[in-house]
Design a protein around this ligand. Sequence first.
Ligand code: G3I
Length: 360
Amino acid sequence: MKVRALAGVALLTTMTLTGSPATAGAPTTAAPAHPTAPQQATGLRAVADRAGLRIGTAVDMNALADDAPYRAAVAREFSTVTAENVMKWESTEPQRGVHDWAAADRLIDFARANRQKVRGHTLVWHNQNPAWVNERDLTPAQLRAVLRQHIIDEVTHFKGRVWHWDVVNEVFNDDGTWRDTIWLRNLGQGYVADAFRWAHQADPQAKLFLNDYNNEGVSAKSDAYYALVKQLKAAGVPVHGYGVQGHLAVQYGVPGDTLTNLRRFERLGLQTAFTEVDVRMPLPADPIKVQAQAQGFTALLQACLLADRCVSYTLWGFTDRYSWVPGVFDGEGSATPLDENLTPKPAYAALRDTLAIAAR
Ligand code: G3I
């Protein structure tokens, strides 16, 4: 049972997280900034559990292998994990018919050892497909056949071990028109329904999500998803969730009608989830940007906690040490709740304190 109302956010504090390799034990922290402060088991996972919410992160598998403090933090702080890249098609089938599940299987094993659920990401996208999947070498009929086989192969491989799948990622443009992708061009709009049916056929227990960015609030984009979900449900397509990536930036603010948007998808019978949350800023950081960042993370978390069927809140990486943002948005960064040294920012405390309020 999740709390329905939040009384306000406690004061922000910062602390340094340290930790030994992964155990799923109680979170540990360094001595608090003020020695008189009460010692308490802290960490997002412990607090989120009490609030009835799964909190997660995308995982960089190289960091998980090579960076012990990172690995310990993933185990300590999160109850669900998402493969940032290693479950994408380019990684799982680099050559046609030749599968490489090794890195993804390591995440599955880590999650099992740490009692975490796994969000599968992502089966159908216009990015990070293997080079052999292209319109030069494959006809539309062949593209449909290889997409079907890919979905069935991958979902079957992880059957029973993946909680959610981001089945189709980024279907629409911000104006609500269909994104012009290899899949739309060669399979038509029906590729979405086909993908969900194939995934459900391979693992009837997995919850199947649509997933996109800039779809937090009520907009032309989320209206397009709303119409699509109604069509899919009317056709009996097994679509179970609406995924909001939640890639925010302090200079653009946060949509004020996010909860309204979540609720309308939940009224269609869907679960909702925040799947890739980060809040970037133009560098250098300064106190007002840092405060706005904390407010951005908190606003989406509050919407999730106030919604009726928002089942998870996942960060797209929890430390600036491995964030995708600087490589894509020139001059921007500092997008995650922990800095490059794994030192929590006010955003971390804001997330933890919001969860603590919801857990009361
Ligand atoms: O694996 C190659 C490696 O062999 C090569 O040496 C290296 C340098 O070129 O590139 C590596 O591939 C990189 C890949 O991540 C794996 O690390 C690609 O260049 C790089 O572009 C790719 O970036 C990922 C991006 O998706 C691709 O669009 C980011 O890490 C990842 O965080 C990001 O995640 C997406 C979600 O899947 C969907 N929602 C948006 C989100 C941000 O773009």
